[in-house]
Design a protein. Structure first.
Length: 289
C-alpha cells in the first residue's frame, strides 16, 4: 500500500482556532447571525484565524420550527454554492474585519430543491458559500433534509482541516476519510443533547487519537426541553487530550493555537496512518469455542 505522504508533512506555522458554544433563537436567522458575528469578533480579537460555530446555528436546531417555516429558516445557495443573504451581513463584516474564516451551521436550500444541514464557510474576504453538507443524518433530520454525498477539506494557509457535522463524528470512517485526504485537523459543528455528555466527550477525543489530528468541536448549549443542548465545546490535541473545554452550560469562545511541532511529534510516535492495512478484515475466520 502506498504510504500516506501527509502523515508526516505538517504545516510550517501555528494556527489559532476558536470553538464556540452558544444558544441561538429558533427561527431567528438575522438575530443569530448577529450573535455569531459578536462571537466571531471575540474570537478574532484573540487571534483566531478560524472560528467554528455549532450545527444549524443560524436557524437554531429546533426541528419543529425547521419543519414549520422552511422559507424563513433556510438560506438559499446558487448553482456554484454561493450564498447571498442580507441576514448574514453582520457575519460577513465580522469575518472581513477580523481577517478570520468562519464555519457556521445552516439549513440550506439548493437550486435543485435539496435541503441540507450544512456548514457555511465565510471566508476572510466576507464571501459566503456552502462548504459541506452533512452526510450522516440523525433520527428526525431524515424527514426534513437529504444527506450530502461528499466530504470537504478547508484550506487555511498550509493547514488542511476536514469538515464534519455532529453525527458524522460518530463514525470513525468519516474522520479517517479526512485524515487520508491529508487533514491536520477536523472541524465539527455539533448539537449534542443533554444526557449525551459521555458520548460527546468520547467521540471527538477518539477521532483525534484515531487519526493523530487536532479536533475542534463546537456545540449548541441551552434551549427548551426536549431540545436542550449540553455545551462542552472543546479542542483536542492529536492524542485526544482536551486543550480547552467549555462547561455544560453557558456561552463560551475557546481560543487555542494548534502547534505543528505537536502534530509532528504525535505522528512520529503513533504511526496509525502509515501502518494502516488496506483491508482490515473483510476476510475473516470463524473460531468455535
Amino acid at each position: 500500500m502506498t504510504p500516506l505522504p501527509t502523515a508526516v508533512a505538517v504545516p510550517a506555522a501555528p494556527l489559532t482556532v476558536a470553538a464556540v458554544q452558544a444558544e441561538p433563537v429558533p427561527g431567528d436567522v438575522a438575530g443569530n447571525a448577529a450573535s455569531a458575528a459578536r462571537l466571531v469578533r471575540h474570537a478574532t480579537e484573540r487571534g483566531a484565524r478560524v472560528s467554528v460555530l455549532p450545527e444549524l446555528f443560524l436557524p437554531a436546531y429546533h426541528l419543529p420550527t425547521l419543519a414549520a417555516d422552511p422559507a424563513g429558516t433556510d438560506v438559499a445557495a446558487d448553482a456554484a454554492g454561493g450564498v447571498d443573504d442580507p441576514r448574514l451581513d453582520p457575519l460577513r463584516e465580522a469575518a472581513r474585519d477580523g481577517g478570520g474564516a468562519v464555519v457556521v451551521g445552516a439549513a440550506v436550500r439548493h437550486p435543485d430543491g435539496r435541503r441540507t444541514i450544512s456548514a457555511l464557510l465565510v471566508d476572510r474576504a466576507g464571501a459566503v458559500r456552502v462548504g459541506y453538507d452533512k452526510q450522516q443524518l440523525w433520527s428526525g433530520e431524515r424527514e426534513l433534509f437529504v444527506a450530502g454525498d461528499r466530504g470537504a477539506t478547508l484550506l487555511v494557509d498550509d493547514w488542511r482541516l476536514g469538515l464534519g457535522i455532529c453525527y458524522d463524528g460518530c463514525f470513525p470512517e468519516h474522520g479517517r476519510a479526512a485524515a487520508v485526504d491529508g487533514a491536520h485537523g477536523y472541524l465539527c459543528s455539533s448539537g449534542y443533547l443533554v444526557g449525551s455528555e459521555h458520548r460527546r466527550d468520547l467521540y471527538y477525543a477518539a477521532r483525534a487519537l484515531d487519526n493523530t489530528m487536532y479536533v475542534v468541536f463546537a456545540n449548541l448549549v441551552g434551549g427548551a426541553h426536549p431540545w436542550r443542548f449540553n455545551g462542552g465545546a472543546a479542542v483536542y490535541d492529536p492524542e485526544g487530550r482536551p486543550l480547552a473545554r467549555g462547561a455544560d452550560t453557558g456561552e463560551a469562545v475557546l481560543v487555542v493555537t494548534l502547534a505543528p511541532e505537536a502534530l509532528a511529534a504525535t505522528r512520529a510516535a503513533h504511526c496509525m496512518l502509515l501502518d494502516r492495512l488496506p483491508d482490515q478484515g473483510s476476510t475473516r475466520s470463524a473460531l468455535p469455542a
